[in-house]
Design a protein around this ligand. Structure first.
Ligand SMILES: Cc1cc2nc3c(=O)[nH]c(=O)nc-3n(C[C@H](O)[C@H](O)[C@H](O)COP(=O)(O)OP(=O)(O)OC[C@H]3O[C@@H](n4cnc5c(N)ncnc54)[C@H](O)[C@@H]3O)c2cc1C
Length: 685
């Protein structure tokens, strides 16, 4: 049997032979063999034998059925599958046809799920992203951004008027927030919406070129409406009879005629042109020249204007209204974090399958070894595979929390979801972006063929780090939230659920690290979830306490903005550290809750690798404060290598358990069988 078809878990001898071959390769056979690979002693341990089915069943969640329907639909429609080579214009049209067919032919209505069952919506988004990431983003623009703004920022009258058209795609729309001069700083947007009390209309205007709406998805070709974010201005309502600027609000602005599709008067649109990726999405730039819309087009959930031009809101300040408005858009971040894990699963699956198949070199007069048997390849890919599992459970948790938030509207859950979605979106998308390149490198030259996907995945996914909130900006929100809670703690306030751990670990931080446990190096101790979680949380608490002190010190001389900037890298590290703690906690929970003992054991192995690899990668921090003594640091390093080696033994099962159909993987080198055959056929042999 070929090496790539072997089931390593079922056959001790095969595994032993592999190690022997590898040890011969790594050590000069002419020299006396002193024990071979350092990993050999561990071979005494029992082999794991994961069941792909049971693992997959546990990972799958409640919405696999709807994902399967989507895959079957696109599988049955080759005309709707995106080819490797396609022009921008064709790709845009194909993407629109894909979305229309999904809604009107396959009968899948994402918008209804978004409103009634958000976790099913995110599962749909992940599946269509697997078909084509452009399609996933186009769908996100239509339903989550344009539709979501109408539903979440509008009121009953808007829902009644627009829901069906958004749902059945009669009303394709855009979400027009970003301007040429401002993306991240939404409060600085310049587009105006001035109320005209005589005609009972708002006049939407682009006052200068810096205020041109830029990058607006669905605008260049397909959109008929846009929710436009603009400053609401009320003439004569300010001090001394001046105009009053009520801050940023959203307005429904029709941009193209529903029948003829021609641009409406006062609306000018230009194409943002060819992008690095996502060319199936038609991004455009819009200028409004005194476009009039009825007063009813103000999405008025958080602020309204009466017929006589008076402003009312249940929220007392501009800042509170702004926070409430942006807070309603958090679903987009949840979707991006979740879909990013979907992209990571595809890349890791291709890289792992190919690394099992690919053989290069070997001991003299012996068969070549699979490249995944090289320690360096394991080091590249196994912690990544472990992270994919970790992120899977963490984003699943985020989606559940989001659904709970939508159901309960509970303030505590809202706070949690905001910080978690910002943190996970930035942490996961940055990780995935880096990993796609590593996967490409780990597949050598064949990883560079477009058909093998890495280039397309990398280019399409790259912008996940920027849109729906730039990652660096979002991480600062997480840090800000942690600091707020830290202050509350010391003012005697309570810490909310997800952050409770800080309470405990803060007190342990204030005492010095225990010099005895700092030296413990036994495998049982290092693989104890309590040790791992304590280490993660200790680091977060330490970073939090120290940055709070630094901010206080610097703000005296630099002011709050200057002090924040002086501590910015520290703050970003704090936010990432906190997110890693949450990710690990959720992974540990998922391991403990797994009902099948065999599967639990495999997940525990993967979880240990995730935890120890992270600790090892940040070992300097732990050593600096003597949380980990030199002997323990060495033991962590050794164990991490060993766990990578063990995970390699079940890597095939771990990627198969993602349960991704060929339609999603597509790369010939990533196929579960006959990969080389499919690859040669692709080029015409
Ligand atoms: C393909 C694509 C599709 C898009 N679709 C839409 C859409 O449909 N609708 C829409 O409204 N917008 C859309 N956008 C815009 C997108 O949301 C913004 O580009 C994004 O929010 C980032 O804003 P920016 O471009 O102003 O970046 P900037 O804020 O200018 O960022 C530039 C750099 O400055 C750094 N930076 C900024 N502020 C800080 C800070 N406070 N601290 C430290 N560093 C900082 C950032 O990290 C980044 O490295 C899209 C963009 C693209 C590229």
């Amino acid at each position: 049997m070929d090496d790539n078809r072997r089931n390593p878990s079922s056959d001790d001898e095969v595994a032993l032979r592999r190690i022997q071959r590898l040890s011969l390769h790594l050590y000069n056979p002419s020299e006396p063999h002193s024990g071979g690979l350092s990993l050999l002693p561990c071979r005494a341990k029992r082999n794991l034998s994961p069941s792909v089915e049971s693992l997959s069943e546990y990972m799958r969640g409640p919405h696999r059925e709807i994902q399967a329907r989507i895959f079957e639909f696109f599988q049955s429609r080759p005309d709707l599958q995106t080819p490797v080579e396609i022009s921008m214009a064709e790709h845009r049209q194909l993407c629109m046809r894909q979305m229309t067919a999904l809604v009107r032919e396959a009968g899948i209505r994402p918008f209804r799920y978004l409103v009634e069952n958000p976790s099913a919506y995110f599962a749909i988004a992940e599946a269509v992203g697997g078909v084509d990431i452009s399609l996933g983003i186009k769908m996100g623009v239509q339903f989550s951004l344009w539709g979501g703004s109408v539903i979440n920022l509008g009121t009953k009258k808007h829902k009644e008027k627009y829901f069906d058209g958004i749902d059945n795609l009669d009303y394709p729309g855009c979400f027009a927030m970003t301007e040429l001069h401002h993306g991240s700083n939404v409060q600085a947007l310049q587009t105006t919406a001035i109320f005209d009390p005589i005609t009972d209309e708002f006049v939407i205007n682009t006052p200068n070129d810096g205020a041109i709406k830029w990058w607006i998805g669905n605008a260049a070709v397909h959109g008929k409406f846009a929710s436009v974010f603009a400053r609401l201005v009320l003439p004569l309502q300010g001090k001394g009879g001046k105009s009053a600027d009520m801050g940023i609000h959203a307005f429904i602005v029709p941009i193209r005629d529903l029948e003829t599709h021609s641009l409406l008067p006062g609306v000018e649109i230009h194409d943002c042109g060819h992008k690095v990726g996502l060319n199936g999405v038609d991004n455009g730039a819009l200028r409004f020249s005194h476009v009039r819309v009825p007063r009813d087009n103000l999405l008025n959930r958080f602020g309204d204007v009466s017929r006589d031009g008076k402003y009312t809101s249940s929220l007392p300040t501009v800042n509170k209204r702004f926070a409430a408005t942006l807070g309603e858009l958090v679903g987009g971040r949840v979707g991006l974090a979740y879909s990013s894990v979907g992209v990571l699963k595809i890349a890791v699956t291709i890289a792992v399958r190919y690394s099992l198949l690919r053989q290069q070199f070997g001991p003299p007069r012996k068969p070549e070894v699979s490249v995944l048997d090289y320690q360096s390849q394991q080091h590249r890919l196994m912690p990544m595979l472990a992270s994919t599992y970790a992120f899977h459970f963490a984003t699943q948790y985020l989606v559940d929390k989001y659904s709970e938030m939508k159901k309960t509207n509970d303030d505590q859950v809202i706070g949690d979801v905001h910080a978690l979605s910002a943190g996970l979106k930035s942490y996961v998308t940055s990780y995935t972006a880096r990993s796609i390149s590593t996967c490409r490198e780990s597949c050598g030259g064949h990883g560079y063929a477009a058909v093998n996907r890495f280039g397309i995945l990398r280019n399409d996914h790259d912008i996940f780090q920027t849109f729906e909130g730039d990652n660096t900006v979002l991480l600062q929100q997480v840090a800000g939230d942690l600091l707020k809670r830290y202050q509350e703690k010391f003012k005697g306030g309570t810490l909310t659920m997800t952050w409770n751990y800080l309470r405990e670990s803060m007190s342990s931080y204030l005492s010095q690290p225990n010099p005895v446990t700092a030296r413990w190096e036994g495998e049982d101790h290092l693989r104890d979830p309590k040790f791992q979680l304590d280490a993660f949380r200790y680091r977060t608490s330490r970073l939090l306490q120290s940055v709070a002190a630094r901010l206080q010190k610097h703000s005296k001389t630099l002011g709050s903005f200057g002090a924040w900037n002086r501590c910015l890298n520290h703050l970003l590290t704090l936010a990432e550290s906190h997110i890693e703690s949450v990710v690990l906690a959720k992974f540990i929970e998922a391991v403990q809750n797994c009902p099948d003992a065999n599967t639990r054991e495999v997940l525990k192995l993967v979880c240990d690798l995730y935890a120890l690899d992270r600790i090892w990668k940040d070992i300097g921090t732990y050593r600096n404060v003597d949380y980990v003594a030199p002997n323990k640091a060495k033991a962590i390093h050794k164990l991490t290598d060993y766990l990578s080696f063990q995970v390699r033994g079940v890597a095939r099962e771990l990627v198969d358990a993602f349960d991704l159909p060929d339609l999603v993987i597509r790369a010939p080198i990533g196929m579960a069988s006959e990969a080389y055959e499919q690859y040669t056929q692709h080029v015409g042999f």
